[in-house]
Ligand binder design. Sequence first.
Ligand code: AHR
Length: 529
Amino acid sequence: MTYLKQFALILILIVSSFGLAIAQNARIKIDTDRTIGDVSPLIYGNFVEHLGRCVYGGIYDPDSPKADERGFRTDVLDAVKGLNVSITRYPGGNFVSNYHWLDGVGPKEERKTRMELAWHRLEPNLFGTNEFIEFAKEIDTAPYFAVNMGTGTIEEAQQWVEYCNIESGPYYAELRKHHGYPEPHNIKYWSLGNEMDGFWQMGHLNAEDYSKKAREAAKLMRLTDPSIKLIAAGSSNYRPWADPDGWNSAILSELKDVVDYIALHIYVGNPDDNYYNFMSTPQVMDQRTQIVKGMIAREMRTADREGRDPIYIAWDEYNVWYRARRGESARGERALEEKYNLEDALVIAGFLNVFVRNADVVKMANMAQLVNVIAPIFTNEEDMFKQTIYFPLQLFANHVKGTSLDVFVDCETYDTDEDFNIGLGELTTTQTEVPYLDVSATYDNGEVTICVVNRHRDQAITTDIISQTGEFTGNMEIYEVNGPDIKSMNDFDKTTVETKQKEDIKAKGDKVTYSFPPHSFTLIKGRVK
Ligand code: AHR
């Protein structure tokens, strides 16, 4: 053998053994018998607060040439409908803690303009309960109202339920009819205040005082309409939410017989521009979910719930929010106008995976918020565009349903920096063994839907998707959210990040191999027989 041939042979051996080392595919195993729980349609909720341009200049803009006869922006309505929003929280947020609902009903010319103290603007009250209900009907969403537990009274909360849910007879039910709404609005979901643990909240309370006030408000509200579902204000993002002696634990113990959900909030960000740290933040949400699930389980052992379901978790505010957080960007008419990029969209896909993977306990979630304010839809006076975070939410809300499956995932992992900032300055975490592939899956009448975030910035991950109960059959549809770069953004005149439907895969047998591109979210829809 010549030297040249020997050299070529050695080279082939080296390359092929290296090839073998890297050719170890990742694995996702789907077993339709290993179930977690039913995915609640209410995890595809959203949130409309009187804040910045969410209401005025967002969903409601009577002076716009694009407004319909009720003042709703028709281009915004179309985009909102694409999100299939199952439930919409209203009217706040921090706003609600000094909001008096009577200000927002009745003839518009008689409504009073108020100082809005949470976000520093004037509140004209031209949009209130009945306008919101019309909007909710138009987009086919369940309304979810938050009552004022700050400067409001328990009596005021009771009167709002009466106004909305009682057909006729008492004063406030008749007032609604007098305002032009003969039928009750039948609002099923009511939260007992917002982030009442926060020092910034108008009328902030400690856990003991909040529990007392919430319990009495709940009593009056349920005496008015026994069919309503009540949500307790759990710990906001800023507080020691996992502390065994802290807010969540205390209010669960006090309100365990009373409420149907505990509300949790999370906002994350990438203030240090560290992609991999940021990509791990859905894991933080997962851990918080597990901890609160444990607290609920402990309280349910001694709760007196008269046959009602256990308390569930409502992540009723979640999003990426770290740029428009301080100073002028967080107040006034243009508050919280965060612009999103691809990495933000991947984190949102990760959050949605967390809701599905915890389908037994997370029964509601609301992206904060719907339009302009930390939102998937962004407007100016003439136009609108869909931000990057619109696309994973749209895919989930339109495809992911049925039973959540307990998926086995085998892939490479990474560790984050120690004590990195999750986006809010004072909150830090260290995450270990973060899988590059973040996965959830559901099963619905023979259909399997698999959602995969490939967190790897630079590498595609070739993956064997294995069915353990039956064979894949027919074509598999593939939808991908991706863009040229993790910092890619959309704008009024450019859509760089969006959903693309890829070529179907022909599925046969119990294994399909797919390569998930770097920094992507992929939804695969197939059938198992
Ligand atoms: O969604 C923006 C704000 O974030 C809400 O008003 C408040 O509840 C939270 O702190």
